[in-house]
Ligand binder design. Structure first.
Ligand code: 3H9
Length: 695
């Protein structure tokens, strides 16, 4: 027995309790403790049955992820007690054991529960096999026991998406037998009932329910298509298919082998890196407690402003959205209402939820309506004079301790702090469009920012379900600065001989959610155009500049919203436009370039090198605190494939010496602006990785 798992006698029921905060992960000691307690339960004649339960906030949320970075332990050691061994001990138990589930029963936690002889859950509980999200598949029988319980198609869906299934659905799928208000007593009654009956189900002995093989194969093919380069869902689907015809023990052995292969591979390493990076980025670098936020204001009701208001209202805050003039207020109200109406129509909101959310957002033309707000987020046009004007007025109207934030994507927050009384409460909260959907929130931290305000922003991000990353001030902060750098490499490739759709295809096949030109057409070409015009006076005239984007915007082709941009957009489809091909060829000709085909690998390696080099500069300047923060920004805000772990992790995997060589090649070809960063050179010279800086 270990300190982490104990056996308590409750009459004739043996209660096995895991107490391993924060999430009762199945560490080596927990696994060994479980096997010991199951043995003790079996050996105690006074106990007729068992309940497996947890202290703390949740039933077991999975294997201990930190152990996956360790070498596979030698046979016979404590670590060698596998989760499969725990499940086998339950299978071999001569007394029935019921699992009492609450919180998030995930991964190995659900696999252990599936080997139990019954399951009871609390109403707020959720279950899932989310291993694919960290590049794995369920490695302790989940791919074999779950299909036997819920059928192969439902199991395939749960295992390849990793989604969390709420208690009500778990009940209707048959994963649990009961939703209980008084969990442990209910589980004890269920265990006693099995003991009384003298017989109980063991999933390993059950046949997998029949399935229409063609429908199953089609679902497996669809998994492959959705995976976009990620291998874990594909392997997991294969493993589920073994449950259709392979004997249980054979399938279990194959599942273990597939699990270990994934665990040792680069994709799982990258996804585990992002798991840790997300949590590191969300930790406040201060002990100051966050300030209470109950009421918020948003200034500007365009796409961004209304999305931000929705995001805040969704998490229970009262929001006042301020716009100039009745027409603009009405338009903002219509935008907010349209989103909630769609959610109602699709069943994501109930009538009551719809009404409650709408009631939380009020609209006004008067800034004075924000007098008592705890937090105000400005989301007006990207113009520093207009923003300073808003901040001056806010400073006069709001409480002296109200937090004042700007949603600017590029501008200097210090210039906004300069115009208010108490500048230590001014910061950037950079949401990504659509703000109520996109997960990333860049928290931009000016030098004067009070630690308590930073802590509040991080707490707010968690409350509204966003992934925060703290960024220092620079043009474009972490994300847009890196994006504009690698976009330049794509533009160079255009001039050198590629076409927009070839570049998009090269990067999409590398795993990016969308290529840069498809993104530009979606976001609107006018935004980048305005940004370039703003920066034109400070542009280094010696640096290579590709005019293609300007030429396209000058024609009024702003992307999807005008039906044309880099592509033609007809009937919701993008089509290659010969006019753009001609325009790109003209750009090459004007620069005297003989167009040559640009291989996809060159586009991919240069984009990665450009990202890593700019990321290294961002670190040198202290704009990002650690390389993993940059990875979090690119993965959650820019469609970078999570299974590559973000650009800094991907650069480490590619080898920093190789990346540096590519940067030098880009510098030799494209000149000023493409010098290798000192940090990158130092890391290569010292044979170190970006990961060595993560701390
Ligand atoms: C698996 O089970 C493989 C099996 O098939 C067996 C094969 C043999 N391990 O997220 P939070 C830590 S694979 C270790 O901030 P929340 C986390 O790092 C696993 N630590 O809280 C953080 O620590 P810190 C399958 C873990 O309430 C703290 O707990 N399971 C683990 O927002 C709080 O976490 C998963 O993939 C873990 N498994 O969310 C589940 N999980 O404070 C992964 C969490 O030092 N976990 N920690 O930063 C989650 O999805 C969320 O953490 C959870 C709680 C929903 C549980």
């Amino acid at each position: 027995m270990s300190d982490l798992v104990r056996l308590e006698a409750h009459g004739d029921v043996g209660l096995i309790v895991i107490d391993h905060p924060p999430v009762n992960a199945l560490s080596a000691a927990v696994r060994a403790g479980l096997v010991a307690c199951i043995d003790k339960l079996g050996a105690d004649p006074a106990l007729r049955c068992g309940v497996l339960a947890c202290d703390g906030r949740t039933f077991v949320a999975g294997a201990d992820i930190r152990e996956f970075n360790n070498p596979v332990p030698p046979a016979g050691s404590t670590q060698a007690v596998t989760t499969n061994a725990v499940c086998a001990a339950i299978d071999a138990s001569q007394k029935p054991i019921v699992a009492a589930l609450f919180g998030t029963t995930l991964g190995g936690g659900l696999e252990v529960a599936l080997s139990c002889h019954g399951r009871v859950i609390e109403a707020q509980g959720k279950v899932g096999l989310p291993e694919v999200k960290i590049g794995l598949l369920p490695g302790a029988g989940g791919t074999q026991r779950l299909p036997r319980l819920v059928g192969p198609l439902a199991a395939l869906d749960m295992i390849t998406t990793g989604r969390h299934v709420p208690a009500s659905e778990a009940l209707s799928l048959g994963i649990v037998g009961e939703i209980a208000t008084d969990l442990r007593p209910a589980a004890m009654s269920a265990a006693r009932a099995l003991a009384d009956a003298g017989t109980w189900p063991r999933l390993r002995d059950e046949p997998t329910p029949a399935v229409d093989r063609a429908a199953f194969d089609a679902a497996v093919t669809a998994v492959g298509k959705r995976a976009r380069g990620a291998i874990a869902p594909v392997r997991a689907a294969e493993a589920v298919s073994w449950s259709l015809d392979a004997p249980f023990d054979d399938a279990l052995a194959r599942e273990s082998e597939a699990f270990q292969a994934l665990r040792a591979g680069p994709q799982s390493r990258a996804l585990r890196h992002i798991f840790a990076a997300d949590r590191a980025a969300a930790k406040a670098p201060t002990d100051e407690p966050p300030l209470p936020i109950a009421t918020a204001g948003v200034i500007g009701g365009g796409t961004m402003g209304s999305g931000i208001a929705i995001s805040l209202a969704d998490s229970g805050l009262s929001v006042t959205l301020v716009e100039v003039g009745d027409d603009a207020v009405r338009a903002a109200e219509a935008r907010v209402r349209a989103v909630y109406d769609r959610q109602l129509a699709s069943g994501r909101l109930t009538e009551a939820g719809h009404a409650a959310r709408l009631a939380r957002v009020t609209f006004s033309t008067e800034m004075a309506a924000l007098a008592q707000a705890d937090l105000v987020i400005e989301a007006i046009i990207e113009n520093i004079d207009a923003k300073q004007d808003v901040f001056r007025r806010l400073s006069a109207i709001t409480r002296a301790d109200a937090i004042l934030a700007s949603n600017t994507s590029y501008l200097d927050i210090d210039l906004l702090a300069d115009v208010v009384v108490h500048p230590e409460r001014v910061l950037g909260l950079h949401f990504f469009s659509p703000a109520h959907v996109m997960k990333l929130l860049e928290i931009v931290r000016p030098a004067r920012l009070a630690p308590a305000v930073l802590a509040t922003a991080l707490a707010l991000a968690k409350r509204i379900g966003k992934q925060p990353v703290v960024s220092g001030i620079c043009d474009g902060f972490i994300g847009n600065r890196i994006f504009s750098t690698w976009r330049k490499q794509c533009d160079f490739a255009l001039e050198d001989g590629a076409l927009p759709h070839e570049i998009d295809r090269a990067l999409e096949s590398w795993g990016m959610a969308m290529g840069p030109y498809a993104v530009a057409d979606l976001a609107g070409l006018d935004i980048g155009w305005a940004q370039r015009k703003r920066l034109a006076p400070t542009r280094n005239l010696a640096a290579r500049y590709v005019p293609i984007a300007d030429w396209i915007a000058e024609q009024g082709r702003f992307g999807q919203k005008t039906g044309a941009g880099y592509y033609l957009h007809r009937d919701g489809k993008r089509e290659i436009d010969p006019a753009i091909t001609a325009l790109v060829e003209r750009a090459s000709a004007e620069r005297g370039i003989t167009r040559q085909p640009v291989p996809a690998e060159r586009i991919q390696s240069r984009v990665l090198a450009a990202m890593a080099n700019e990321g290294a500069r961002i670190l040198e300047e202290g704009v990002a605190a650690r390389p993993s923060d940059i990875d979090v920004v690119l993965v959650h805000g820019y469609g970078f494939p999570a299974w590559r772990g973000g650009p800094m992790q991907a650069a480490d995997e590619a080898g920093l010496d190789t990346v540096l060589a590519t940067v030098k090649e880009m510098h030799a070809q494209s000149g000023p602006g493409w010098e290798p960063s000192k940090l990158l050179e130092t890391l290569v010279a010292e044979k170190r990785s970006f990961a060595s800086l993560n701390g």
